[in-house]
Design a protein around this ligand. Structure first.
Ligand code: F0G
Length: 427
């Protein structure tokens, strides 16, 4: 590791540390950024290098994270644990665009990552740093996807994994991944915010490496969503990037990555970032509108369990990126999320509920005139459709409490006879 090319810096007070160490916060309590020495990178033909690596067979080049390693983390190749991640599809679905009221909408499907969510991009960096630091035990609090990802990467790296999950509030697909990959799974009687608080205490007391997105190296890997999206677009800058927000690591990362590209002169303007939260878990909307510090929402609630978070860790970093490009923050109801999901799914793309806040939010912002119908809009779908099969089946059977589906597609029972089947098909 060439420590000279980056340092850790406090987002609040600017204090800094020169190299790799086990540290997640400043002494003042602020969260940390990895600050790259961009001057050392200026003038290098980075975009050409990134494009050339797309055709390479090299283990690192094949990863949609490590391909951009100069802007992620210049870590020695031997420490890197990669599946490889990224290389996700960018869909262009006229049906989804029409639903959102847009002429076109491109959707980067991060559910196509190795463990089925965008979390793998940050996790490959987090676990690789853990290995470089000689850590043997890692932990995270999670609404499900971070724990699934961490469990898999820890298993590959031969580390012991501990996941802290809110009891009864994690979709079955995600819980089953944590169990399958062998993580010690601790169900906490409380919500994600309580689990997040506890995991930090346990990691401190036990010397376990914390792999939530408060870990600044996770954010560095997460930035690669923006890099790969722009690479997919031939380095053309979209007008808007729309994505869901929970703990706000992802929006923070995308904002940071874009700002770095701009300051290196690799792009000539910033896209606007629109972060979409579920109505019952939307503290960032208020912080954005009032300009005041974020006020946590106690007992956050939404059917999109992935983003059921009332006290997001990375809110300050997230707002920084949103404001830099003139973006916005919006909230959508569970009904809006589920109807958008039915459209995303029926288009053949498919994604988990939280992901579909992206499409619901874009629709709302177009209707409000914030996003023009002919804008160049890219959305991020964060998780795979199979992560939360119970919600899919519940929607189509009409059994989700307090919710009547507009596009149900319930299965029908048919006697095992040709005539009965022909009759069922002709209906
Ligand atoms: N979409 C999905 C599918 C998620 O799993 C998450 C977060 C988000 C969106 C929100 O991203 O937190 O960076 O703002 N899931 C975390 C977890 C909290 O534990 O898996 P964020």
């Amino acid at each position: 590791m060439d420590d000279a090319t980056w340092s850790l810096r406090c987002v609040d007070c600017g204090a800094s540390w020169p190299g790799l160490e086990v540290r997640y916060r400043c002494d003042c309590g602020g969260t940390l950024d990895v600050l790259h020495d961009l001057d050392a990178l200026r003038g290098l033909p980075l975009l050409q290098t990134f494009d050339a690596r797309r055709a390479s067979r090299d283990r690192l080049d094949r990863s949609g994270v490590w391909r951009f390693r100069e802007l992620v983390l210049p870590l020695d190749a031997g420490s890197v644990v990669t599946r490889p991640e990224g290389n996700t599809a960018l869909y262009d679905s006229p049906r989804i665009a029409a639903y959102a009221g847009l002429d076109a909408m491109r959707l980067k499907h991060e559910g196509e990552n190795p463990t089925g969510s965008f979390k793998d991009r940050g996790m490959t960096v987090g676990i690789s740093v853990a290995r470089r630091l000689g850590m043997t035990r890692v932990a995270c609090a999670s609404t499900g996807n971070t724990s699934a990802s961490m469990a898999a990467y820890a298993a590959m790296a031969g580390m012991e994994a501990f996941v802290f999950i809110p009891d009864g509030a994690v979709a079955a697909g995600k819980l089953s991944q944590a169990l399958a990959y062998g993580a010690r799974t601790l169900k906490i009687a409380g919500d994600f915010d309580a689990a997040m608080d506890l995991v930090q205490q346990v990691c401190r007391a036990e010397g376990i490496y914390l792999l939530n997105s408060i870990n600044p190296f996770r954010i560095e890997g997460q930035k690669a969503i923006a890099f790969e999206l722009l690479q997919d677009l031939g380095w053309q800058v979209p007008d808007w990037i729309v994505l869901p927000g929970g703990n706000l690591g992802n929006s923070a990362a995308i904002g940071k990555g874009l700002s770095e590209l701009l300051s290196l002169g690799l792009i000539d303007r910033l896209p606007r970032i629109a972060v979409i939260q579920a109505e019952g878990a939307s503290p960032l909307v208020d912080a954005f509108r009032t300009g005041a510090d974020l006020v946590p929402v106690p007992r956050a609630s939404t059917i999109a369990t992935a983003i059921r978070i009332g006290n997001p860790v990375s809110w300050r970093k997230s707002l920084r990126g949103i404001r830099a490009g003139g973006g916005t923050v919006e909230r959508v109801t569970d009904a809006e999320i589920l109807e958008a999901k039915a459209v995303v799914d029926a288009a053949g793309v498919g994604a988990e509920p939280a992901s579909c806040a992206t499409v619901a939010g874009a629709k709302k912002l177009v209707a409000a005139g914030v996003i023009p119908h002919d804008a160049f809009v890219c959305g991020i779908l964060t998780g795979h459709v199979l992560k939360d099969a119970d919600t899919v089946v519940g929607y189509h059977l009409g059994t989700l409490p307090g919710f009547t589906p507009l596009h149900p597609n319930a299965p029908v029972s048919v006697p095992a006879r040709l005539d009965a089947l022909r009759k069922a098909i002709s209906r």
